[in-house]
Design a protein around this ligand. Sequence first.
Ligand code: 3PG
Length: 213
Amino acid sequence: MSTRTPLTALQVMQDAPVIPVIVLNDVAHAVPMARALLAGGIRMLEVTLRTPQALACIEAIAKDVPEAMVGAGTVRTQADAQAAAMAGARFAVSPGYTFAVGQACRDAGMPLLPGVATGSEIMMALEDGFTELKFFPAMQAGGPAMLKAWSGPFFDVKFCPTGGVTLSNAPEFLALPNVVCVGGSWLVPGDALVLGDWARVTQLARDTQMLKK
Ligand code: 3PG
């Protein structure tokens, strides 16, 4: 896969068993953090739009670490989607779903993993053509049992469960046929960022190689 070709949602999910969910408070952390994850074998990176620095971090990674594929998480509005695309995000992840967010991502040529937690939300996303979805918050909203229940009526939908997923419970999710990958914040701990402990981030990324899809 070229680092320039537009991605599909399925490619975003299939690149590695885990998509790291990243919260950055300092632009100076963005590039070394991205390089640390790359060194551990993870290149699909979700930088959440939860801090004032998030867009600048996405921009820095897109410019200085082109081998990484940086995306934006916590995309909640049309404006978020547009700003993320302008900053260089290659994909978007949202904690819920609205038609406006879906349309803004389409217009920007950015694949979106819309967040869902109920059957009705899945049906709304499906109506708008989205078949690869984030199950959020996965543990709190029913965990692997919920995904098993959905595999009947929503046999054609693929999920990335996120929220409460850890290295230890990830295998239970990844064993399910309707799960392509999981998402989680454990790969980039806040204290490792503050300490500049990039070796720890690389090791946490490497540890996910034991996970199989
Ligand atoms: C989030 O959006 O906060 C993610 O779901 C991360 O959840 P986690 O911190 O439980 O991995």
